[in-house]
Every structure is written in structure tokens, then in C-alpha cells.
Ligand binder design. Structure first.
Ligand SMILES: [Zn+2]
Length: 95
């Protein structure tokens, strides 16, 4: 992929990245996890299917459903904000 170097800038502070300059791409993937166990809610399979169909057709659009399974965030960063980006993510970890 070729990037338009002239217009490249840090998306946090707006600093323009000079041609050939150092920049970073912060990429975060949020992926639906599973422990392989399906909770036993006591519901009939018909009920479960009915509820799932309602969720698909009524409540959420296709984009929202896709994002619940997989979402990738990309952000162009200068050197200073590379560190802040990393630290903010690491700061979220409390347990
Ligand atoms: Zn910056």
C-alpha cells in the first residue's frame, strides 16, 4: 500500500509527517472471544432462534453486528503519541 506522504499527519496532534519521516500506525483489533461454553438459559431452541432473528432484523444493523465480532481501529501517530497510545491502552488494564 502506497501512502500519500505529503498529506500524512498524526491523527492525535495534527503534526505533519515530513516526507521520509518516522510515523507509526496504532492498530487495535477487538475480536469476539469465546470460552466454548454455551450458557444454558433454559430457553427452547425456537426461542433462541426467534430472539436472534429479532436482534438481526430489528435492533442492530449489519455494521453493528459485524463490529461485535471483529473491529479494527487504525490511527496514524507521531513518535510522541505512539507512547501515549500504548500507555492509554495499558492503563486500561486493572485486573
Ligand atoms: Zn502527534
Amino acid at each position: 500500500m502506497k501512502l500519500d506522504v505529503k498529506r500524512l499527519g498524526c491523527q492525535v496532534c495534527g503534526t505533519e509527517i515530513p516526507p521520509g519521516g518516522v510515523f507509526y500506525i496504532g492498530r487495535t483489533e477487538i475480536i469476539s472471544g469465546s470460552d466454548g461454553i454455551l450458557p444454558d438459559t433454559g430457553e427452547s431452541s425456537e426461542n433462541i432462534i426467534e430472539k436472534a432473528l429479532q436482534e438481526i432484523t430489528m435492533v442492530k444493523n449489519e455494521q453493528e453486528l459485524m463490529e461485535e465480532v471483529y473491529q479494527e481501529l487504525r490511527i496514524i501517530l507521531c513518535g510522541q503519541y505512539r507512547i501515549l497510545y500504548r500507555d492509554k491502552i495499558l492503563d486500561m488494564i486493572k485486573y
